[in-house]
Design a protein. Structure first.
Ligand code: SF4
Ligand SMILES: [Zn+2]
Length: 320
């Protein structure tokens, strides 16, 4: 039996079905980022550097991806002009000095309903001291606004896009409104404009046979690096948005176990083809062994920071 076809065949997903299963949004303020943080990340300049992240409050993304929970901290309408620069100002007043900043807006930075175009110049002038501006964006929004922003920024842009998976059937079920060709064309356009590209890649997305998850994730990373993506962020797929719980109850879904995250990292760090950043948020929750969990997560963190493969952790308790 083709488990993947079986898993995908009975489950219909469209925008309305995703919307119908959502819970309430959090209350957010158009003049305040909903979260800020500073962390150490291996940068496009091939060294560990402090990177600030400003989680901007803005209008909800118009796309309705199956696994997305970013809508929880968004607004139903466009923010007033001036609100985004004000959020950045507020964030910078509370964060340490750094040279790299992520402006993550739970959607697409170059969607003018999300980030008003009138705010581009005020944003850029406030970020004069940064050498890298990282924004998230869908291939559909990688047009002239994006290319123009790169020129106005003096070539400091890095664009992060959700590739998720190289498997066309699963990509369709993720309701991404793009196929692999769309992604590849967007990467080509960004690279032509000398924009650094980062891709988000899901480990064990819904509708994928769990036993195929590691190989499929690695194949997706390979594809991304082969077309010039500089950095792949590997995201272990999680539930929590309504639709994912329905999928779990209907055709089955589980977040990938820690050993699968390690298996992807073990191979990808040895390729030495581009940056690989494994998302370790709440990763302890998918560990099956309390004895070695912290050490294993620390190893993944160290590999993230050095981009070098490290010896696996041995554990007498679980036999890992
Ligand atoms: S494009 Fe990104 S922000 Fe928009 S729905 Fe999909 S995953 Fe969420
Ligand atoms: Zn163990």
């Amino acid at each position: 039996m083709d488990v993947r076809r079986e898993r995908g065949s009975t489950f219909h997903i469209d925008d309305q079905s995703v919307l119908d299963l959502r819970g309430p949004k959090n209350t957010v303020d158009p003049w305040k980022p909903y979260h800020i943080l500073a962390e150490e990340e291996y940068s496009r300049h091939r060294k560990l550097e402090t990177v600030l992240t400003v989680f901007l409050t803005n209008q909800e993304c118009p796309l309705r991806c199956t696994m997305c929970d970013l809508w929880k901290n968004t607004l139903d309408s466009t923010v007033p002009i001036g609100a985004i620069p004000a959020q950045i100002e507020l964030a910078l007043s509370q964060l340490p000095n750094a040279k790299k900043i992520k402006l993550y807006n739970s959607g697409n930075f170059f969607d003018p309903k999300a980030i008003p175009t009138a705010d581009y110049d005020p944003i850029l002038s406030r970020l004069d001291d940064f050498d890298t501006l990282i924004v998230e964006n869908h291939p559909k929004f990688c047009g002239t606004r994006c290319i123009d922003f790169q020129a106005r920024s003096g070539g400091r842009l890095e664009v992060a896009m959700g590739l998720e998976t190289h498997e066309p059937a699963i990509l369709r079920k993720l309701n991404k409104k793009m196929d692999l060709d769309d992604f590849d064309a967007a990467v080509e356009k960004l690279l032509d404009a000398e924009i650094t590209v980062r891709a988000f890649v899901l480990l064990q997305p819904p509708f994928m046979a769990p036993e195929a998850a590691v190989d499929s994730c690695l194949a997706t990373l390979e594809h991304a690096f082969s077309i010039g993506v500089d950095c792949c962020a590997v995201i272990p797929t999680r539930g929590g948005n309504g639709m994912m719980e329905k999928i779990k109850g209907s055709v089955g879904f589980e977040p990938p176990e820690l050993f699968k995250v390690e298996a992807v990292a073990d191979t990808a760090y040895r390729w030495n083809r581009g940056r690989v950043l494994v998302d370790l948020w709440d990763i302890e929750s998918v560990s099956k062994c309390e004895s070695c969990c912290l050490a294993r997560v620390a190893r993944l963190q160290a590999m993230n920071e050095t981009q070098r493969w490290l010896e696996p952790i041995a554990c007498d308790e679980c036999g890992s």
